[in-house]
Design a protein around this ligand. Structure first.
Ligand code: PLP
Length: 368
């Protein structure tokens, strides 16, 4: 259901907000939903049991610990840092918003490397931050590191996504190191999908040497908590303090904190599922390339999705939904992503369903 803002109300709003429309995730009831990069396998049984127990034991009559102390300690221990270097948010989204709230605004510049996650620009502009785009290569989507370094020199905030959403590629650690050296402000590496990348890919390794580096992680993707809304940043305690100052004190509720604690303690149980998703990613990619014809392009991915370019992508996406009850994400009208669809890696059955449907649709298209 999407709502519109009446003109007389729009006139009352701050201009940066009046320019927006309510967010529409374009969900519909389908058999196979591969549109939002969730973990479609569901939680491992042992962790699910612990989450359930934790929820039952949690009292909701008291306000939550504002900084989610217990969860924060557990996350800090996991990543080998002190708790002051971690902050938990109501999803990574809240942390992205708080970053621009604290470090953005009029007179501040945020540098970003599109095509990428659209939320950075959205939040930055909402609080009147100037967004400076450093576009990726239009064919390979490789970031322009030299141009990023140049732009970073006057930025309050640089945001690079690794693996990038929706292109799936990693940002090299050496480039992150140089970016941190060049930027007087905060460098955020958004690692929402890092659990699906190869070992050693995380910018976390640079935290000790780069004093302005912040890394974003979330429990929404690999760890099955998209509905509970838990994300966190690891970075310098000074930046965490700035974020603690601007945040809504009780944004992370007690039930989500309890569920997240059980998930973080049980994180080892997710490893087989993550490995399975990585294997299925290779199969999905191979399938997209093999079963469809040469006009279909699929980019390599280090995340739990693949980006494909198919002729008449918008129509393909609608037919996948309407004729096959499969939902994928349509990027075909986004700048730089003409005819691109993003497909989340699902279970073997889900991946077979989307591959079969894609093959059928492209076959029909060719026959015309
Ligand atoms: C999903 C995602 C996030 C955060 O998601 P939350 O559910 O709010 O934690 C952050 N960055 C990128 C690039 C994402 O795709």
């Amino acid at each position: 259901m999407s709502q519109s803002i009446p003109e007389e109300v729009r006139r009352l709003m701050r201009p940066s907000a009046a320019a927006l429309e309510p967010y529409d995730p374009a969900f519909s009831e389908v058999r196979v939903n591969l549109s939002a990069n969730e973990n479609t396998y569901g939680m491992p049984a042992d962790v699910a049991a612990n989450v359930e127990g934790a929820l039952v034991r949690t009292a909701t009559n008291r306000y939550p610990a504002p900084l989610a102390d217990e969860l924060r300690r557990e996350l800090a221990a996991w990543h080998g840092v002190s708790p002051e270097r971690v902050i938990v948010g109501n999803g990574g989204d809240e942390l992205l918003f708080n970053l621009v709230l604290a470090f953005g605004g009029a007179g501040h510049v945020l540098v970003s490397a599109p095509p990428t996650f659209s939320v950075y620009r959205l939040y930055a502009e909402l609080v009147e931050t100037e967004v400076q785009d450093v576009p990726r290569d239009s064919e390979t989507f490789a970031p322009d590191v030299d141009a990023l370094l140049e732009a970073a020199r006057t930025a309050s905030l640089v945001v690079v996504t690794s693996p990038n959403n929706p292109t799936g590629d990693l940002f090299p650690l050496e480039a992150t190191r140089r970016l941190c050296a060049a930027c007087p402000g905060v460098v955020l590496i958004d690692e929402a999908y890092i659990e699906f990348a190869h070992a050693g890919a995380s910018a976390k390794a640079l935290l000790a040497e780069c004093g302005n580096l912040v890394v974003l992680h979330t429990l929404s993707k690999a760890f099955c908590l998209a509905g509970a809304r838990i994300g966190y940043l690891v970075g310098p305690s000074s930046v965490m303090a700035a974020l603690a100052a601007v945040r809504q004190p009780y944004s992370v509720n007690v039930l989500s904190q309890a569920a997240a604690l059980a998930v973080v303690r049980g994180r080892a149980s997710f490893e087989p599922v993550i490995e399975k998703i990585k294997a299925e990613r290779a199969r999905l990619l191979e399938g997209c390339r093999a079963r469809a014809d040469r006009r279909v392009r699929a980019w390599p991915s280090e995340a739990n999705f693949v980006l494909v370019r198919v002729p008449r992508a918008h129509e393909v996406r609608e037919r996948l939904r309407d004729e096959h009850s499969i939902l994928v994400r349509d990027f075909s009208s986004a700048p730089g992503l003409k005819d691109c669809l993003r497909i989340t890696v699902g279970t073997p059955d889900e991946n077979d369903a989307v591959l079969d449907a894609l093959a059928q649709l492209t076959r029909e298209e060719r026959a015309q």
